[in-house]
Design a protein. Structure first.
Length: 282
């Protein structure tokens, strides 16, 4: 088996890994979609965490493996940022319902993933507590988040959240960025290649991934169910907080659009979750 690591079929696999990378990249730009969960869906999450937690082990081989994944991820982020930036600027309320739908569509898969090693009463209690605490924190912190300046430091925090979205399956950092009022500015920054946004996001993301990968690898190997249920509670709380409350001026067709986009988002989230059945290795 060792001899088969670098063979001719890998050339055709390069394009497949690029496409997987594009999907994973969408998890950094679409609220409700998790880059880490999609990496798990496509069967490369464990390899990513193993590489990051033991970066010098099989370094060259891993770098060559992840080059197309990384290029695909960047392509996914930049392509989607154009669409997201325009749509949020023109149809914010309707598009937020699309994002809410995306999250709703992934809930069955996230629930199944959280319980794949068993689900005890204590895990449900952890989920409920994390939901209540997360909701109260986000609700009471709305004034604080609303007044945060978008500067180098806060963009590093955004990068840290994006990094968490890679190493914590099911966590969608964009949920928090929407709520903190930084999401559209981030999409604009990606679209215009604004280094004042890109550099601190990259620094924050890399620092988070490199510093927490070993810790997350250890936590998930020992406390998978409690940790995943804790994350689920936070995801549910942040989802409630991004549900639009301002419907002024959208009219009857706008309400229809909200319902339709929510349904389409749920269908997209469900479809992306179903990819696990098709692509995850035996």
């Amino acid at each position: 088996m060792e001899n088969k690591k670098i063979t001719k079929p890998e050339k055709s696999d390069w394009f497949l890994r690029f496409i997987k990378g594009m999907f994973i990249g969408s998890g950094f730009i679409l609220p409700g979609v998790s880059g880490g969960a999609l990496a798990a869906v496509f069967g490369i999450y464990e390899r990513i965490i193993s590489f990051l937690a033991h970066i010098t082990k099989n370094f060259k081989e891993n770098v060559l493996f992840f080059i197309p994944v990384g290029l695909g991820g960047l392509a996914g982020v930049f392509v989607l940022s154009f669409a997201v930036s325009f749509l949020l600027g023109e149809f914010e309320t309707i598009i937020l319902w699309f994002f809410v739908g995306c999250i709703i569509g992934t809930v069955p898969a996230l629930w199944k993933e959280a319980g794949k090693h068993g689900r005890a009463t204590k895990d449900i209690i952890i989920l409920i507590i994390s939901f209540i605490v997360g909701f109260l924190f986000l609700w009471q912190g709305s004034g604080l988040f609303g007044e945060v300046d978008q500067n180098f430091f806060t963009w590093m925090i955004a990068g840290g959240l994006i990094g968490l979205g890679l190493i914590v399956p099911g966590l969608s950092p964009s949920n928090f960025l929407v709520y903190m009022g930084m999401y559209k500015a981030m999409a604009d920054g990606f679209k215009t290649f604004d280094l004042g946004v890109l550099i601190p996001i990259a620094i924050g993301g890399l620092a988070t991934v490199l510093s927490l990968s070993k810790l997350m690898d250890w936590i998930f190997s020992r406390y998978f169910a409690p940790m995943f249920h804790f994350i689920l509670g936070i995801v549910f709380a942040s989802t409630i907080m991004i549900i639009p409350t301002d419907y002024s001026g959208i009219g009857f067709l706008g309400f229809i659009g909200c319902a339709v986009l929510c349904f389409l988002g749920a269908a997209l989230g469900w479809w992306m979750s179903r990819l696990e059945e098709r692509y995850k290795p035996e």
